[in-house]
Design a protein around this ligand. Structure first.
Ligand code: ASP
Length: 344
């Protein structure tokens, strides 16, 4: 039977066109994009399309649109072998992370891609990204199961785990990297699947979609000179449920007594405070230095080697499911979709 892939266009540079009056890039319709890739007709796969209306620059992405996307995939799940989501690069890592949590026990590929140059431009990177993403989305193993039953980001020759990925460049075609997890697939002359790095769902169980997110969360970075009044203001914000705190190195913070006191008050009031390093590579190890150890004592939880994008969307997902902050803290310490490196 012929494979079927659903191509979902949310917007982003890949489908944009230059406004003749302002010269700025703006979202354009899907037909224009497809007309620029006649190669799609060569696939021995049925490619159906779904378009977000209106298509958006991904800077306008939101939890509501993540819920819409989760619905589109859930509603079409049984009819297709895989999904390719065209998305702007700016917030692609957030959307891919959110969807990885919302699609539990995913047994089919959901491959995000986009481009740095619009598909209508001569030097576009969009064609290769799109064509290889479709190839990966329809790829099956010898048992007829999807080779990549994961939410991934394909860009510049590599497939990365979505919830491990960060946008690293606004300039290079190689726009993304997963600093703490190796590439899932390398696409050179041959497409090489690293099966040992790819998640193994239970193929006998159905995929379980989720549609709820709770965005009462904030991200803040520590820096030398950070002010007490501002930090206190954030920590005591009434509806705020959780904080992604970006710390130094292996999870260290200034040892000011007021900071530790404020963090302790926050955790005692039920706020979940997650420690994520400002470094791209490596993990939080709060017991390594005294400056990290005190954070642990204040009730701050380790984010291990999580990306910021993954931590913030995981919190949105967890706090929409659990009212108990202790349960959220416990789940933050576990890898639920391969997002952190912890021994279970
Ligand atoms: N601003 C664009 C977006 O994220 C950039 C891109 O697509 O690469 O939608």
């Amino acid at each position: 039977m012929q494979n079927k892939v659903l191509l979902i266009y949310t917007g982003g540079t890949i489908g944009m066109n230059r406004n003749p009056l302002t010269g700025a890039l703006e979202p354009f319709d899907f037909e224009h994009l497809l007309n620029n890739v006649p190669e799609l007709k060569q696939f021995d796969t049925q490619i159906a399309t779904y378009q977000f209306n209106p298509p958006i620059d991904s800077s306008d992405m939101s939890p509501r649109l993540w819920t819409d996307l989760s619905h589109v995939i859930a509603d079409n799940y049984d009819q297709y072998d895989g999904f390719v989501v065209l998305h702007g690069t700016d917030t692609m890592a957030y959307t891919a992370s959110a969807l990885s949590y919302m699609l539990e026990n995913l047994t089919k590929p959901v491959i995000f891609t986009g481009s740095q140059l619009p598909i209508g431009q001569l030097r576009t990177d969009g064609k290769e990204n799109l064509i290889t993403s479709i190839e990966i989305a329809m790829s099956k193993d010898e048992n007829g199961r999807a080779r990549v039953p994961e939410v991934g980001i394909y860009f510049g020759g590599h497939l990365l785990r979505g919830n491990r990925t960060t946008k690293q460049s606004a300039e290079e075609f190689n726009a993304f990297e997963s600093f703490n997890y190796p590439h899932l697939v390398e696409a050179g002359v041959n497409i090489i699947y690293h099966n040992d790095r790819i998640l193994k769902p239970d193929f006998n169980k159905p995929m379980k979609p989720h549609f709820r997110l709770d965005n009462n969360v904030i991200i803040f970075s520590l820096f030398p000179g950070v002010r007490e009044d501002l930090i206190r203001h954030i920590i005591h914000t009434p509806n705020l449920k959780s904080i992604v705190m970006r710390t130094f190195g292996s999870g260290n913070a200034p040892q000011n007594p007021w900071l530790l006191k404020a963090l302790k008050e926050g955790t005692q009031n039920g706020k979940v405070i997650v420690n994520i390093s400002q470094c791209m590579q490596g993990a939080v190890e709060m017991s390594r230095y005294d400056t990290g150890f005190h954070l642990q004592e204040a009730g701050v939880v380790s984010g291990y080697d999580s990306t910021v994008e993954s931590a913030v969307t995981k919190l949105m997902f967890l706090q929409s499911h659990y009212n108990d902050p202790d349960k959220v803290r416990e789940m933050m310490k576990q890898s639920i979709r391969g997002e952190i490196s912890v021994v279970q």
